[in-house]
Design a protein around this ligand. Structure first.
Ligand code: GTP
Ligand code: MG
Length: 529
């Protein structure tokens, strides 16, 4: 490949997040997609995977042990001249803050649905976040190798529950545990399901029509008749395909397949590449940032410590929104007064990384971080004024007291807590008038506490004790009021955050109302401004 212009590089990029309820098969799908780019082999992880039996994008110990994704991961691969960035997100609601942030970095979403379960609770929530951002949403109905709901019912569910029109790109043949394959409506091909790990046997219609007698022979009369009937129904009563509606996020192309058996994944990838948008304009305050014309700019949407246990470092994940990034370049960051040098930028293959020389709008790269980057920071080479919108933070809803179990480990405890808090998954509070041996942590979901416990032990050698508190709301005290002058309920905890701002922890809304009522001049804020 000769030198490409910035415009050509940006145009060949596709950056998307995979979202769904837990267990629909996001990580499995991510892995299968990577296979087509040869990325797994490139990174030398096929062997590792075979013996360890975990997916490349689930790299944390706890993820491997439990088979769930706890944190988003970024993977890049090349296919057919395209450069594809995949963001594999965790489905569990306790990690949804991470998923929401990650969605900010994506230009499209692939929504996975378990064919037997239909549209599940967490999928609905994540769908609405995508909808709000107006990004195109592609649907992959997974696990068709097993008995699934009736495909018409699934389509109806998508339309009724999510309120988006849908257009099936292909149609399943045999959905009661007798899966035969899918019929591609555009190319009039049948992809035959043969079980195992192939799913690559395509039979093309010679007549350009589903009624082709060849298909009748292939599928048998029963399945062929049924397919013809269903296709006719879709053609007559279904939605028209309209790419503009797809791009506007008001029509979702639907694909049936089975990620585990690698069935329908390649056709999906091909259609996806041809329909999904390349990186487009982004809003930064009052400015519209053009991905090609504006010099390099991007924002940090995720911080992750200890991805590589032998290096103990911290990476800031940056979504590049415009221009060309070059290793070692200097760019404005923070207050816009000085520039930072961006050395050792890395690209991801899960825990494997390579130092890159350059990257373009649409790419997600990792920057080694000595503690200067924060989630939401803008980095830009051209203008010190460019500032991408803040990334929303979610208030903690669960609180717990955390103590180190081994008094020799005080240093590790403090370091671990501080670094993991910088990732944004937990908030740390100190109870006023109590020593540092015990801290209070807050999180959006309780599973975060388990992850924290696991990581403090594994990554910092510091076993801890965590006991859940009955508190569910944190309120920052505005205007410098001293909490010791306040009338409080006996269950209200007075704490400070890591920047020494006063924060009250309440068990319930009633406690908040009561406190406001008893202290007329008190002002409370639900997130730190
Ligand atoms: N039968 C069948 N099982 C599948 C298929 N795809 C994935 N699975 C299985 O479903 C389970 C969950 O798959 P994952 O890929 O880890 O799901 P996930 O969506 O990443 O889950 P979280 O990240 O925890 O939200 C695993 O046991 C997979 O082997 C499929 O096409 N058919
Ligand atoms: Mg996963």
């Amino acid at each position: 490949m000769g030198e490409l212009t910035i415009k050509e590089e940006v145009t060949r990029r596709r950056t998307f997040a995979i979202i769904s309820h837990p267990d629909a098969g996001k990580t499995t799908m991510t892995e299968k997609l990577l296979l087509y780019g040869g990325a797994i082999r490139l990174a030398g992880s096929v062997k590792a995977r075979k013996t360890a039996k975990h997916a490349v994008s689930d790299w944390m110990d706890i993820e491997k042990q439990r088979g769930i994704s706890v944190t988003s991961s970024v993977l890049q691969f090349e296919y057919d001249g395209y450069c594809i960035n995949i963001l594999d997100t965790p489905g569990h609601q306790d990690f949804s803050e991470d998923t929401y942030r990650t969605l900010m970095a994506a230009d499209a979403a692939v929504m996975l649905i378990d064919g037997a379960k239909g549209v599940e609770a967490q999928t609905i929530k994540l769908f609405h976040v995508c909808k709000m951002r107006g990004i195109p949403i592609f649907t992959f109905i997974n696990k068709m190798d097993r008995a699934a709901k009736n495909p018409f019912d699934l389509m109806k569910e998508i339309e009724d529950v999510l309120g988006i029109s849908s257009y099936p790109m292909n149609w399943p043949i045999g959905t009661d545990g007798d899966f035969k394959g899918v019929y591609d409506r555009k190319s009039c091909k049948v992809e035959l399901f043969e079980g195992g790990n192939h799913g690559m046997s395509f039979v093309e219609s010679k007549t350009g029509d589903a009624a082709d007698p060849e298909f009748a022979e292939l599928l048998g009369k029963y399945y062929h008749d049924r397919l013809l009937e269903e296709i006719e129904l879709l053609d007559m009563a279904g939605e028209e395909f309209d790419l503009n509606k797809v791009l506007a996020g008001s029509l979702t192309p639907v694909f049936f397949g089975s990620a585990m058996t690698n069935f329908g994944v390649l056709p999906f990838l091909r259609y996806f590449i041809s329909m999904a948008p390349c990186p487009g304009e982004r809003i930064a305050g009052n400015d519209i940032i053009d991905p090609v014309e504006t010099p390099f700019s991007g924002f940090i949407f995720k911080i992750q410590a200890n991805m590589n246990p032998t290096h103990r470092d911290r990476l800031a994940f940056m979504r590049i929104c415009s221009g060309k990034f070059e290793k070692g370049m200097e760019a404005y960051h923070g207050d816009g007064e000085h520039k930072v040098k961006l050395s050792q930028p890395t690209q991801f293959m899960a825990q494997e990384r390579t130092i890159i020389e350059e990257a373009y709008a649409g790419d997600i790269i990792g920057l080694f971080d000595q503690g200067v980057f924060h989630i939401g920071d803008t980095i830009a080479s051209g203008s010190p004024k460019l500032k991408y919108d803040d990334i929303p933070t979610f208030p903690s809803e669960h609180f717990a007291r955390i103590t180190f179990a081994d008094s020799m480990k005080r240093k590790q405890f403090q370091k671990g807590i501080e670094q993991l808090a910088q990732e944004g998954a937990i908030q740390v509070f100190r109870q006023v008038d109590i020593g540092v041996e015990t801290l209070i942590i807050g999180a959006v979901g309780v599973l975060q506490f388990e992850v924290l416990e696991h990581r403090l032990k594994g990554e910092y050698g510091c076993p801890v004790k965590i006991s859940i508190l009955p508190h569910h709301h944190a309120r920052w005290i505005a205007g410098g009021t001293d909490p010791r002058s306040l009338t409080l309920t006996s269950s209200t905890l007075v704490t400070t955050d890591m920047e020494d701002n006063f924060v009250l922890l309440f068990e319930n809304e009633w406690g908040i109302d009561w406190t406001l009522d008893k202290n007329k001049n008190l002002k409370l804020e639900d997130i730190k401004k």
